[in-house]
Ligand binder design. Structure first.
Ligand code: HEC
Ligand code: HEC
Length: 207
């Protein structure tokens, strides 16, 4: 009996290794990721600050972004997430490809972008600003900045400051509007330039 139970447990964990909640396949994702490596790095740790790192990012978030980029392209920019490079990259991907790519990059070890941190950014990240109605970032992205994948909140820790800044600015001016219920846009438009600078310094240095 014990042996049966043990093999069931082993079977369970090995099944978990190759599939995840979004039912992506890591090995298939690895093969499909060849065309992503030039910009996002072979292991999902980007070497170019304007290209985001994908290593360790939530699989469902990655799959959603890929679908949103494709929608951005097919809708002519009316909905989804609009980016000329990623729009083009996603045109040939189907749902399974997106889930596989999400599973592969999620399974890679994230490296921290590093750089100079900011105490002001840390304070804002943890506490928000009640007077200005800025919700604390930890409410959704969590105190370790790894996000909450089940709720669709991405990891933001260790990501390049330049990329993070570009996204906060895009949410603020509405160029990025693929966030459910405008959750991020409503926060971003309360942020001053100095807030963004401080926040991205702090986030990019979280390990
Ligand atoms: C030529 C460079 C290039 C290539 C190749 C490329 N990407 Fe990207 N990717 C980008 C850029 C630039 C962005 C940021 C777009 C923006 O500002 O919104 C991005 C953003 C993303 C994001 C959103 C990340 C986040 O944190 O929201 C995902 C996911 C992604 N790419 C996946 C892929 C996958 C998977 C492939 C391969 C099939 C790929 N990319 C190929 C340049 C590239
Ligand atoms: C109510 C929940 C919520 C709060 C609070 C919140 N965010 Fe977000 N954030 C989101 C969601 C949801 C997304 C992803 C939207 C999507 O699906 O594309 C996101 C995306 C982001 C991204 C883009 C990540 C990427 O890889 O492209 C950054 C950067 C970010 N948030 C920073 C912040 C900062 C800084 C704060 C605090 C000032 C904050 N967020 C507060 C929900 C939240």
């Amino acid at each position: 009996m014990k042996r049966i139970l043990l093999s069931l447990v082993l079977l369970g964990t090995s099944a978990l290794n190759i599939t995840n909640a979004a039912e992506g396949n890591i090995d298939a994702g690895k093969t499909k990721s060849a065309m992503c490596a030039a910009c996002h790095g072979v292991d999902g740790n980007s070497l170019v600050p304007m290209y985001p790192s994908l290593a360790g990012q939530s699989a469902s978030y990655i799959a959603k972004q890929l679908a949103d980029f494709k929608t951005g392209m097919t809708s002519g920019g009316k909905s989804g997430r609009v980016d000329p490079i990623m729009g083009g990259m996603t045109m040939a991907l189907n749902e399974q490809d997106m889930n596989d790519l999400g599973a592969y990059f999620n399974a890679q070890m994230a490296k921290t972008a590093g750089g100079e941190t900011s105490d002001i950014g840390k304070k804002l990240y943890f506490g928000g600003d009640v007077e200005r109605g800025i919700t604390a970032c930890i409410a959704c992205h969590s105190s370790d900045a790894k996000g909450m994948s089940h709720a669709g909140f991405p990891a933001v820790g260790g990501q390049s400051a330049i990329y993070l800044k570009s996204q906060l600015e895009k949410f603020r001016d509405g160029a990025r509007s693929n966030d459910k219920n405008a959750m991020m846009q409503n926060i971003a438009f309360k942020l001053e330039d100095a807030d963004i600078t401080a926040l991205v310094k702090y986030m990019s240095t979280i390990k």
